[in-house]
Every structure is written in C-alpha cells, then in structure tokens.
Design a protein around this ligand. Structure first.
Ligand code: SF4
Length: 222
C-alpha cells in the first residue's frame, strides 16, 4: 500500500483516487451513521418500510446508525462484500474521504486514515469530484446537509423549549419518513409521492412545519 499522504483540507478539484480491493476491513468497527434519507434508500432497496428497517437494522431501532454484529462487522457485510451496495449510506460512499461543511456552507475534504491492514490504495487517477461522481454521492450529500440543517434548527428550538418548560415533540417518530409522510398525507388528503427525492423534500417540509407549529423560530422556514 502506498504511504498515506498527509491529511489536508482540499477542494473538489484536488487530485484524489482510491482503488478498493474489497478486503472489507473498512466495514468493521465503524459507526455507520444514517439519516432518514439513507434509511429510506436502504429500506426501498430491501422492499421494506422505513419503520421496519429502523427496527430491524439500526442500533436500538433509532434509525441513526447501522447495527453491528458481535464481531463488530456491519450488519450488511456479507461474504462477498456489501449486500446493499447500490443503497449504501454516504459515509460508505465517501470512504476514505472525510467531508467538513462549515457554518457558511463551504466544504473541505481530507483523507481518512484507513484500517492499518486495508488492501485499498490511494491513487492520483482523478479528482475528488470524479470520485464523488463514481460513488453517486451527491444526492446523499444534499440530503445529509438538509437534515443537518433541520437538526440544528430543532436543537435550537428544543434548547429553548427545555428552558421554557414546553413539551418536546417525539423526534424519533418524526424522523421515520414513511410514517411521517403517511400521517401528513392522510391529514391533508394527499397522495404520498413515490419518488425518493420528492419524499425527502416533503419529509423535510413536515419536519420544519412541526417545529414551526411548536413555536420554533426557524430562519427562512417560518
Ligand atoms: S453498508 Fe455496506 S459498505 Fe457500508 S459498512 Fe455496511 S457493509 Fe460496508
């Protein structure tokens, strides 16, 4: 394996490439975080509801991280690698890249230190932008940013709610995309969208409306 280049912040135009040799070591002992969009993508891939997916495949059924086996492997690691590869979460698409998004929305990138016995190799065969394209990462990046923005808004509201002794919403229930959409569409006489990105957009709208109905002050979303 080539020596790991020094970590650095980088732009999407920076030289980067990674040749994965499917040793699967990166799928062990990792916290694979998941947001509602990623849960919806994996649930659709497996033909199940987001609620059933959260209960069956995520830590404590909370939908925020994939479960692991007692050996520390991701629950979706099979004999021949990832069993949900077309629907894998963002961190799996980015690895071994780390993305940082600053408060003003600007992003920077750095190389993540791989498993010490990983067979993967860094290359200079393209750019970060090329790598992201190959990994189909952009819809997942857009979704991650949108949900983080909502979490930040909710955190601000919930902090104020605690001080004001206002009951907090059941966030876990709200974050289950299928049930949130079903409830909302039932109540508004709407047909739930089937397109995954349209479902994500409606889910985020519901989440912001929920905060607004509770008196949250949400920049640009009231
Ligand atoms: S979802 Fe797939 S790629 Fe990601 S850690 Fe699990 S097995 Fe590995």
């Amino acid at each position: 394996m080539k020596p790991l280049p020094q970590q650095h912040a980088a732009a999407r135009s920076s030289s980067f490439g990674y040749a994965c040799h499917a040793c699967s070591r990166c799928c062990h002992d990792k916290h694979i975080q998941t947001n509602p969009y990623e849960v919806a993508r994996m649930a659709a891939h497996l033909g199940m509801s987001t609620g059933a997916f959260r209960a069956r495949w995520t830590q404590d059924g909370e939908g925020t991280a994939l479960s692991r086996t007692v050996e520390g492997a991701c629950v979706f690691l099979g004999e021949n690698g990832c069993t949900i590869h077309p629907a894998r979460p963002l961190v799996c698409r980015l690895y071994p890249l780390g993305r940082h998004r600053a408060g003003d929305g600007t992003e920077s990138w750095k190389k993540v230190v791989p498993h010490p016995r990983s067979l993967g190799e860094f290359t200079q065969d393209g750019t970060i932008a090329d790598f992201l394209e190959q990994q189909g990462a952009q819809p997942f990046i857009d979704a991650a940013d949108a949900y983080v923005d909502w979490v930040n808004a909710a955190y601000g509201f919930l902090s104020g709610a605690v001080e004001a002794d206002v009951p907090a919403p059941d966030v876990g229930d709200l974050l289950d995309m299928d049930s949130a959409l079903a409830r909302y569409c039932d109540g508004h006489g709407l047909e739930p969208p089937t397109d995954i990105d349209a479902r994500k957009d409606l889910h985020l709208q519901i989440l912001y409306e929920e905060l607004a109905s509770l008196g949250g002050t949400i920049d640009g979303k009231e």
